[in-house]
Each structure stands twice: as structure tokens, then as C-alpha cells.
Ligand binder design. Sequence first.
Ligand SMILES: Nc1ncnc2c1ncn2[C@@H]1O[C@H](COP(=O)(O)OP(=O)(O)O)[C@@H](O)[C@H]1O
Ligand SMILES: [Mg+2]
Length: 649
Amino acid sequence: MTGPMGGAGMMGSGWGFLRSMRNEDRIKGRSVNRETVRRILAFARPYRRHVAVFLVIVVLSSIAGVATPVLAGWVVNAITDDGDRRLVVTIALVIAGLAVLDAGLSLVQRLLSARIGEGVILDLRRAVFDHVQRMPLQFFTRTQTGALVSRLNNDVIGAQRAFTSTLSGVVSNVIALVLTAAVMFALSWQITALSLALLPVFILPARWVGRRLAEITRESYQLDATMNAQMTERFGAGGALLVKLFGRLNEEADEFGERARRVRDIGVLSALYSSTFFVALTLVATLAQALTYGLGGWLAISGSVTAGSVVTLALLLTRLYGPLTALSNVRVEVMSALVSFDRVFEVLDLAPSLVDQPDAVDLPAGPGRIEFRDVSFRYPAASEVSLASLEDVAVLDRTTNEPVLRGFSFTVEPGTLVALVGPSGAGKSTTSMLVPRIYDVTDGAVLVNGVDVRGLRAESLRASIGVVTQDAHLFHETLRANLAYARPEATDSDLWEALDRAQLGALIRSLPEGLDTVVGERGYRFSGGEKQRIAIARLLLKGPSIVILDEATAHLDSESEAAVQRALGEALVGRTALVIAHRLSTIRDADEIVVLDDGRIVERGRHEDLVTAGGLYAELYRTQFADSPRSSPGPLAAARAAAGPPQTD
Ligand SMILES: Nc1ncnc2c1ncn2[C@@H]1O[C@H](COP(=O)(O)OP(=O)(O)O)[C@@H](O)[C@H]1O
Ligand SMILES: [Mg+2]
């Protein structure tokens, strides 16, 4: 085999960097075990019929392969014995027939092994994609996207090779080997034994080279992953902008060059090892053939074997060393393919987040009520949610995180707005994540419509919650696709209505492509306020009974803030809202303000009372909120103006 990436050049520091690889020991320590093989077989099960047919074909074509040299020997004997022309022609025709049959069989064999291999790729890809999707959010914040994607590509394909190489490599070669050896020993055990005598000299070195190659392959996947990780990150719009703004183009290029150089070095190393291997085995095969001609010729002249047998033996010998070469090679391929399987399983074995309980129920219908009951929370340690190899670290951090939320209770009654304020890092965003069950509480409970969210089917829970955060994410697709994400069956007029209510109608109508405008990577095509309003339109389309806003108006200039506030006003009409806000305008009219500091509630009440109380809120008010424009009406005021006088208070 050749390395996953070729390339010429000096191998220079090859050995040095291999030793210095941070991950080497960790990778070396893992070996392919029986459990892995058992799991692989589970993936093969759906293809067992294909495999059975494949094996039958392999046996047939091996028989054809052994028959041809035997027939060639008969031709020689027919020539040397009595010169029977008809016999010679007949045998030649049989050889031709076998060749045609063999060609047909090889085609079917290739087709089958491709069907099986690609089928396994398909199954693995789907399994891994779906599993990764279900990983806790923490996993994605810790993982390098490029490394993950690289694993999904390289290793899944590597794993597929385990199937094709084992089947077409190991199985067919073993069958060919056994048949060939049997026929050879039957013809002349002396010649066969002698020509095989050279073999053991190569077995030990071959095994060593094989192990080395497997290691090199693992390394090369890892190096590939680091290279890909840099590309994915730096070529994202955000990363690219950062690189430009800091003028780090040359440093980035150098760093990439260094990583790419390692990929080259390991490619060269891998090519070197595998070709040494090949050349050596071809050499042995040819030497053994020479031996057969010499010894066989000697014996034929003295009359103990026929000339035909010598020809047959010499021809079969190539068929013997061929499979032997391939087999020792296949060992390496299968080993590295098994490693790939292992790496894929490693991802599949990561515990997914928050699986629905078996007795989970749908969220009971209701106007939307959120209750936090003695809620405590700490973020899981890295070792609980992540993989070192995807984070590009040697060992995962095992230290348990400090609690972020330290036991508090409050309720957002249906149709009311509760504002969560507090200094940065107080735990506001974390609190909001507990409602749609992005994380589970460590202690206490979060209840929606009176039911613990852990007892709800996540899908039904999330269907009734709309979230808009500070940096609303948009997919790199059309505006229409982004909006329809919230409600796939929405008609164009639904979309326009939502856009109008989100104060975006005029803007989008003025775009030449309208709803078909591509938002660009992460929505870079739009300004912050516009993106925010697209997110609000998306929320309006979803029409949830509970709305969570996490600093949805932070970082906006006052003009776009006014527009976003109006849009939010629309979004809040008749809904239950938990709002994390930096701006006074949003907080002033809240039914209750909950002030969070270091994971605890330190104050709660209405704006005027809290200002008078002179506590943390009053201080935040002075330092943070006071400078925000008082003139723009808060979303709640706008909502109430739209909905008429409030019913509950
Ligand atoms: N994914 C995470 N893993 C570990 N700690 C986190 C994570 N996200 C936030 N934190 C920590 O939790 C605390 C509260 O964060 P957050 O809820 O985002 O605060 P706020 O929104 O009030 O500014 C901070 O100390 C922060 O460092
Ligand atoms: Mg926050």
C-alpha cells in the first residue's frame, strides 16, 4: 500500500517528529481487539448474502487460476511426448475459455466487493453523523471541527478498506495459496519445499515493517486531521477575518506549511516502508523461480519429473508468492483499517447527551410556564464529553468544573416577562440553556408547564421554545431555507409575513434575489441587526409559547436596536419570556427582574424597587444600563401596545 498522501522530497526529520508526536503513546497504547472485530462483523451482517456469493466466486476464480499453469504443463508434455497437435490446440482452447471465465468472475468479484465496501461506508457515515449530532453542546465547543470532519472522512474510508482488503485480499489469497501449494506439492514436493525455503528469511522483517506501517498510518491520519483543522478554522469567514485583521497571513502560512510538511514526511516514510517491502518480496519470488528452473530442469533431464511439471511449478510459484506478498501486505492494510474502525467506534462510543427517557411524555399543552426549582449546575469535565484526539491535546482535563449555578428558584408565569440580569459570567446564559434542555441540571429541576424537562420528549419540548441569542447562527443557504428551518411547510406568504413583523420586509424586498438571497457563511452577508431580525423572523415562524432571548440586542447600534426592539415586541406578544438583557429598555417593563451573581439570585423585584434598594442592580443600572437609549420603547412595552392592556401582572 502507499500512504494516504504521496509526495516526494527528503524525509529529513521523519523519525524525529514521529517520536515527538504528542499523541503517539496514546495511539500506540490502543490495540485492535476482539471487541472491535465483533463490532465490525455487526456492520457486515446486512451484507452476508453478498459476502457468500463473493466467496463462491473467489473459490471458482482461484480454481481457474491454478488450472491454467497445470494446463500449460500439459501442453509442454504434449509437445515433448508425441507431438499431438489436436491435443495441444484443445488444451490451448480450454486455457482461453478459462481466461474468459476468469475475467468475468473478476468483474463480478470487484463489483461485489465495491458494493459491500461502499455499503459499509454508507452505514458508518450515517451512524457517525447521527451520533455526533446528538453529542452534548460541550462536545462541539471543545472539538476542532476540522479534526472531526477529517475523522468522518478518512477513518470511515479507512474502515471500509478493512472489508474490501480482508475479503478480496485475505480470503481470496488464502484460498489461492492453499490450492496452489496443494497442487505444487502433488507435482513435486522436493522442488516445492526447496523453493519455499527462502520464505522464512522474510517473514520476520516483514512483520516488523508491517507493524511500523500500521503505526505510520495512524500517525498520518492524525497529522491529516491537524492540517484539516487549521484549514476549516481559518477558512471560515470569522477566522479569515481575524487572520487578516491581525496581519498574520505569513505566520498562518508558515504554520500550515509546517503541518503540511509533516504530512509529506510521513507520506514519504510510508511509501518507503511499503515499497521496501514489495521490492523485497518480488525479489524472493524471482529467486525462488530461478531455483525451480535450475533444480527442476536438473531433475527433468534425469527423468524424475516431466518438463511440463517444471513449467507448471515455475508458473505456480508466481501464484504462490503473489498471494504471499499480498497477504503480508494485507495484514498491514487490515491492521490500519481496523485502526480506522477503532477511531470511528471511539466517536460512536462517546455518550450522547440527554437521551429521551423511555417513559418520556410530550409537553402538556399550556400557555408556557417555566419554573426553576433549587437549580444547581456545573459544566461536565472535558473527560466526560470529549475525545483528546479531536481536541488536539494529549490528555483530557479531568478536573471537575466549579458549580456555575448554585441553587436558586424562580418562576416565569404564563404570558409574563422575566428579565435575568447580572454581571458577565454570572450564569445567565447557562440558566437559559437549561430550559430547552441543552444541558441538564446537576441538582434541582427545571419544569416547563409543570413537568420536569428531563421527563419530556426533547422534540416536543423544543418545539414550544424559541431562542434568539446574541450571535444568531444562519446556515450558508438561502434566506428561504434558513427561515423554513423553523417551519418547513411555511408558504412564501408566511415567510413574508414573518419578515414584515420582524421589520425586515422592506429590506429583503429590495434585494435583487429576495428570499433566494444566500446569507453567506454564518450570515456574513447581513449586518448584526439584520441577522438578529432574521433570527426573530425565524422565531415568529416557529411560533413557540416560550421565548428566550439571550442578549439579543447586545452589540447593536441604537438604530438597529430600535428595529430589533420592534421586532422583538412582535415576538413577545402573548408569550412567556425569559429575557437576558444588557439594555435598560428591555428590562424596565419586565414583570420581574431576577439579579444573578455568581450563580445565585441576589435580588429580585421590579425596576423602580431595585433601583431604590441600591444593591447590585442599582450599580449595574448606573454602570451598564443607564447609557442605553431611553427613547426607544422596550419590547414589552411594544408588545403590550400591540396586545392591549396586560391581563396578568
Ligand atoms: N461550555 C462551558 N464549559 C465550562 N464552563 C463554562 C461553559 N460555558 C460557560 N462556562 C462558565 O460558566 C460561567 C457562567 O457563564 P454564562 O452562563 O455564559 O454567564 P453569563 O451569560 O451570565 O455571562 C462562566 O464562569 C463561564 O466561564
Ligand atoms: Mg451570556
